[in-house]
Design a protein around this ligand. Structure first.
Ligand SMILES: [Zn+2]
Length: 66
């Protein structure tokens, strides 16, 4: 399992979406649309799955999906 991450459009920093999923499973999912709370801007950003990636917690590396 890895944390689904997206990039903040305002600060360019990675933010956690609060979702967790296997990278392989995430890549098989149809394109979806969601919102994530950004601690940098203190607002919710809307994001597409195509812009998200899975942070693999086991090896401390991230897998770029987009
Ligand atoms: Zn932000």
């Amino acid at each position: 399992m890895g944390k689904i991450m997206v990039r903040c459009p305002q600060t360019g920093r990675a933010i956690e979406t609060g979702m967790e999923m296997d990278a392989a499973r995430f890549q098989r999912m149809p394109v979806f649309f969601s919102r994530a709370y950004c601690p940098h801007c203190r607002i919710y950003h809307e994001w597409f799955a195509a812009h998200a990636w899975v942070a693999a917690s086991r090896h401390g590396e991230s897998i770029e999906v987009a």
